[in-house]
Design a binder for this molecule. Structure first.
Ligand code: AHR
Length: 496
C-alpha cells in the first residue's frame, strides 16, 4: 500500500545558498584509499597521470567533487609533511600506526596531493598535524604551499619543481584532538588551537585560508560549548563535527555491509537521522555564541561504518542501496542547515568506509553512494527553496521514522530541483506537491531514480551496474499540483 505525503514548495522565497562543499570528500592514508585507490605511481600499467589513476579522476570529475580533505583523519596527526617532498626514491618511509602499522613509502605527498586537486578542479582542505607536530612545522607547510615570496619554504618548493604557489582554501588545525589526535580536553585544545592558529599566516593574494578547528564527536556538546566560549567567533572560520552511522550504534559489533535484513536497514536509517538532532543542538550552541554566523559548521567526517571486510583492506566495506539512502538523507539534512553548514566530507573517497569508488587492481566500480552524490549534485551552489513536508511514518516493529525526506533548490537558470528519499522498503508513497508561485507554467518534468529489487543490492566487479540511476517517469502535473509516485526504497531527483 502507498502512503500519502504532502509537500509545499515556496519557489518565490530564497533560502540560503547551498555551499557546493557540502558535497565534499575525504581521502586518508588508510587501507587502499590513497595507495592503490588513487595513487598507483607513474610506472604502473594502470592508466595514470603522473601516478594518479585516470579512471578514478574521471569518475570524481563527473561528481563535480568540490573539495578534498587530506591526509587524515587520525593519520594527519602523525604525518610530517617534509618526509613527503623531494625525489620519491629518497623519501623516508613512515609507519602508519593509526591504521594497521602499514609501512608507507611517502610517494604520495604534498605535490602529488595538490596535483590530484588540480586534476579534479576542486578545493584543497589540508589537515595539519597538531597532535605530534610543531607549530613551526605547520607554519612552514602553509608557507611551502601558498607563499609566492622569496622565502625559505617557497624556495624549497621551487627546488622541488613547483614554481607557483598552490591555492589552499581550508586548513584543519588538528583532527579529533579529543581522541587519536592527542586525547585532549576541550579546554586544553582550545588554548592549543589559539596558539597554532596564530601562526597560520595568510600568503595568498586572492584567497584567504580558512582555519578550521577540530570539533566534537557526535553528541559531545560540551566540546562545542567550550570551543565557542574560549576560541570565540573571530579566531576560527569553522568548527567541525564528526558523526558516523553504525547500524547497531555499537563500535564493538557494528553490523555487516551486505548481509542484513530489514531490522538493520531500519536501524541504520534511524541512526543516520540522528544527524538532524546533532546538527540542531550544535548549531544552537553556536548561535548563542555567534549569532552573526561568523563560524561555519563543517561535518568533515560522516558516513556509514560497518564491520570491515579486512581481507580486502583496512576499513574496506561494500556499499548497498542502503548507503545511497544514507547519503541522500544526510545531504538533505545538511542542506536544511545551509545557513551554517559550509562543508561536509563523506568518509572516504575510495576503498574505505562509505566509498564512492571501489578498486580491485586495474578495475574500478561505482557504488550506490556515488550515484546518490551524482544525482543530487544539481543542488551544488543552488539557492535553497523552502519547503514543508508532511511524511507518513515508516514503521518497523514498534518504532517509526519519517518515510520521506526532501530538499529543493533553484539553479542559476531558474530550474528547480527536488530530491526525495523513501526509506520504506516495502511501500511506495504518493507525494502531492503544491508548487507555489513558479512564475511560469510547468510543462516538462524530468527525473531520475535510484532503486533496486533488494535492500542489499550492490555493485560488484562482476556485476557493476546492479544499482544505477534510471529515468523516472512517476511525476505528473495536473492543475498546478504535482503528484509524484515515489517507489519503495528509492532516491529520486526531479527537475521542474
Ligand atoms: O575515517 C576514519 C577515521 O575516523 C578517521 O581517521 C578519524 O578521524 C575518525 O575516527
Amino acid at each position: 500500500t502507498a502512503g500519502d505525503a504532502t509537500l509545499v514548495l515556496h519557489p518565490d522565497q530564497d533560502g540560503p545558498t547551498i555551499a557546493p562543499e557540502i558535497y565534499g570528500h575525504f581521502a586518508e592514508h588508510l587501507g587502499n584509499c590513497i595507495y592503490g585507490g588513487i595513487w598507483v605511481g607513474p610506472d604502473s600499467d594502470i592508466p595514470n597521470t603522473r601516478g594518479i589513476r585516470n579512471d578514478v579522476v574521471d569518475a570524481l570529475r563527473k561528481l563535480e567533487i568540490p573539495v578534498l580533505r587530506w591526509p587524515g583523519g587520525c593519520f594527519a596527526d602523525e604525518y610530517h609533511w617534509k618526509d613527503g617532498i623531494g625525489p620519491r626514491e629518497k623519501r623516508p618511509t613512515i609507519v602508519n600506526t593509526s591504521w594497521g602499522g602499514v609501512v608507507e613509502s611517502n610517494a604520495f605527498g604534498t605535490h602529488e596531493f595538490m596535483d590530484l586537486v588540480e586534476l579534479l578542479g576542486c578545493e584543497a582542505y589540508i589537515s595539519a598535524n597538531v597532535g605530534s607536530g610543531t607549530v613551526q612545522e605547520m607554519m612552514e607547510w602553509v608557507e611551502y604551499l601558498t607563499s609566492a615570496a622569496d622565502s625559505p619554504m617557497a624556495r624549497l618548493r621551487r627546488a622541488n619543481g613547483r614554481d607557483e604557489p598552490w591555492r589552499v582554501r581550508y586548513l584543519g588545525v588538528g583532527n579529533e584532538s579529543w581522541g587519536c589526535g592527542g586525547s585532549m580536553t576541550p579546554e586544553y585544545y582550545a588554548d592549543l588551537y589559539r596558539r597554532y592558529a596564530t601562526f597560520v599566516k595568510q600568503h595568498q593574494e586572492d584567497t584567504r585560508m580558512l582555519k578550521i578547528a577540530c570539533g566534537a564527536s557526535g553528541s559531545d556538546f560540551n566540546w562545542t560549548e567550550v570551543m565557542m566560549a574560549k576560541v570565540g567567533n573571530r579566531r576560527m572560520d569553522g568548527l567541525s563535527l564528526h558523526y558516523y552511522t553504525l547500524p547497531t550504534g555499537n563500535w564493538g559489533k557494528k553490523g555487516s555491509d551486505t548481509v542484513f535484513a530489514e531490522d538493520a536497514w531500519f536501524a541504520t536509517l534511524k541512526q543516520t537521522l540522528r544527524m538532524e538532532e546533532l546538527l540542531q543542538q550544535h548549531i544552537e550552541i553556536m548561535d548563542a555564541h555567534d549569532p552573526e554566523q561568523n563560524v561555519d559548521l563543517l561535518v568533515d567526517e560522516w558516513g556509514t561504518w560497518y564491520d570491515a571486510e579486512d581481507a580486502k583492506g583496512i576499513l574496506y566495506q561494500q556499499n548497498t542501496l542502503r548507503d545511497a539512502l544514507v547519503a541522500a538523507i544526510n545531504l538533505h539534512l545538511f542542506q536544511d542547515h545551509a545557513d551554517r553548514i559550509s562543508m561536509a566530507n563523506i568518509a572516504q573517497t575510495v576503498n574505505v568506509l562509505q566509498a564512492m569508488i571501489l578498486t580491485d587492481g586495474p578495475d574500478m566500480i561505482l557504488t550506490p553512494s556515488y550515484h546518490a552524490f551524482e544525482m543530487l549534485k544539481v543542488h551544488q551552489g543552488g539557492t535553497a527553496v523552502p519547503l514543508q513536508l508532511l511524511s507518513p511514518d515508516y514503521t518497523h516493529g514498534d518504532e517509526s521514522i519519517p518515510a520521506v525526506t526532501a530538499s529543493a533548490s533553484r539553479d542559476d537558470a531558474g530550474r528547480i530541483h527536488l530530491s526525495l528519499t523513501n526509506a520504506d522498503p516495502a511501500n511506495g508513497q504518493t507525494l502531492t506537491v503544491t508548487l507555489g508561485d513558479l512564475g511560469r507554467d510547468v510543462d516538462t518534468i524530468t527525473g531520475r531514480i535510484l532503486t533496486a529489487p533488494e535492500i542489499t543490492a550492490h555493485n560488484t566487479f562482476d556485476a557493476p551496474t546492479v544499482v544505477e540511476p534510471t529515468t523516472f517517469d512517476g511525476a505528473t502535473v495536473t492543475d498546478g499540483k504535482l503528484v509524484i509516485e515515489l517507489p519503495a526504497k528509492s532516491v529520486v531527483v526531479i527537475e521542474i
